[in-house]
Write a protein that binds this ligand. Sequence first.
Ligand SMILES: [Zn+2]
Length: 260
Amino acid sequence: MTGPIDSHCHLQSLEPQERRRALDAARERGVAGFLVPAIQLDDADELLELCHAHDDVWCALGCHPHHASTWRSGDRERLRALLADPRAVAVGECGLDFYYDNSPRDVQTRVMREQWELAIELDLPVVVHNRDSNDEMLEVVRDPELEDLQADFHSFAGGLEMARELLEHGFYLGMSGMVTFRAADNVREVLPVTPSERLLVETDTPYLAPVPYRGKPNRPAYVVEILERLAQELKMTPEEAAAETTDNFFRLFRRAKQPA
Ligand SMILES: [Zn+2]
């Protein structure tokens, strides 16, 4: 039986001992893999070291919109060199966040574009963060120069219309613990229009813990509760939902090889 994959967990935010504990607790519940996205390029060495120590951990390397203003002119080449490591399976996380606006919006857009262009050039998918920025995001997504982009819109909460357009582009939607929140009809409403072969599951550790852990620190083991709720919404068994989302993961993140 194939277990689910936590396609988005920030293990770099945990102390090494807690990180090991969190990985083991997840594996004990059948979680079959972990994708750890960088927040900034300075995360890269630590993330690659973690991936090389664990067969079932992969990383995405890139610059989060919160840190877009730290992006320097040589960073595209620096990122290109880091992505030569085969355990780096995606570019990210990158994107736009107009809720926090931690970096100026034009800078966020420029830094996201630069990373998308590099991902297309290297034939790698991107892990995208999008918050309160649907219109600007769609403007970039619609650029014909970027039509070869492959993307996971992680922790998707962008609504029905946004989902429809992203799916038309062939993108994947990451379902986080929000899918279990009582008030999150706006997250669940996209499921009937989303083909199950475009869904991923993720915890977004340490944020957004699912019910019944809501308000506590999130951990990759809780991807099981997210999967169970997703399966219920899709009228599948959890085993079917795990098999499908895990297939999707390895189809999108082609560099990741299923551990034997
Ligand atoms: Zn993230």
